[in-house]
Design a protein around this ligand. Structure first.
Ligand code: HEM
Length: 246
């Protein structure tokens, strides 16, 4: 009775200016009507996915601006836009936790509703996977080649905490947060579907582990190990102890 009562109210919102501007009528009808949900947790399942798609739309839109700004060497706007991207990425990771409140049985009931749908088909994620290639090409051209410097220079040989270094760190943070999203998503799968079960697109553990290992800006990761090797050569593998004990 309450479900019907409040469902009706939600689905016929009063269209004052707030609702008109935000298109609340359309927004609130993007989910199954409450009366048709297969299980209590299905609304949350749909909403978390929809919200994540919206956040990815915002990230993509922000990264388009970043691509334009890289071509103009506008480092300060790039850094502030990337800060926004990182905040959204953290929100996206946090939101996955909500789905860990769902019982494995309820997930099985929801799964029957999904057809052949898989996160691999997420329009936002598929687009996001393509963007780092363009970002790296522009970063190389405008921050490295045109300035006649290498990644090694800005991180080590000529390190001065310059704008190229700050932008590179913003890129690696994006990369790290993409990987963290993928690892956290694997824990979510462990909690709901189980990591060794057969998924719609093959065994999830393989599909997902390959993805979680993907590095978008390998040059920025590699420079750290190269530095450790180079610096390490100076004092050799075994260093002098700094404790007084012999
Ligand atoms: C209980 C909730 C979830 C389960 C059980 C689940 C399950 C899976 C599985 C099994 C895969 C592997 C591909 C496949 O076989 O279909 C996958 C991939 C994926 N899922 Fe989920 N998922 C859940 C929630 C989410 C949420 C909330 C998002 C948010 C966007 C998401 C986004 C993705 C993405 C982007 C991939 C592709 C990952 C990659 O290529 O590394 N999933 N999911």
């Amino acid at each position: 009775m309450f479900r019907e009562k409040y469902s009706k109210e939600l689905n016929n919102p009063q269209m004052l200016d707030y609702g008109v501007y935000l298109q609340c009528d359309k927004l609130l009808s993007c989910q199954k009507p409450l009366a048709e949900l297969s299980t209590h947790d299905e609304l949350q399942f749909q909403l978390v996915h929809q919200v994540e798609e919206l956040w990815m739309k915002q990230i993509i839109f922000t990264l388009i601006d970043v691509l334009e700004k890289i071509q103009l060497n506008k480092s300060i706007p790039i850094l502030s836009q990337m800060r926004r991207v990182h905040m959204i990425q953290r929100l996206m990771i946090q939101q996955l936790d909500l789905l860990e409140t769902m019982s494995p049985k309820e997930y099985q009931q929801i799964r029957l509703q999904l057809g052949n749908g898989s996160g691999q088909e997420s329009p936002g994620f598929v687009t996001l996977l393509k963007m780092p290639k363009d970002i790296w090409q522009l970063f190389e051209k405008h921050y490295l080649h045109e300035r006649k410097q290498t990644v090694q220079d800005i991180y080590d040989e000529q390190f001065s905490h310059c704008d190229a270094y700050a932008v590179a760190e913003a890129l690696i943070e994006f990369d790290e947060l993409m990987q963290k999203f993928r690892w956290d998503h694997m824990f979510l799968i462990r909690r709901s579907i189980g990591i060794n079960s057969n998924s719609l697109k093959g065994r999830p553990v393989e599909v997902l582990q390959n993805g979680a290992r993907q590095q978008f800006f390998p040059e920025l990761w590699d420079v750290r190990s190269q530095m450790s090797d180079t610096w390490g050569q100076e004092y050799g593998k075994v260093r002098d102890s700094i404790s007084k004990k012999k």
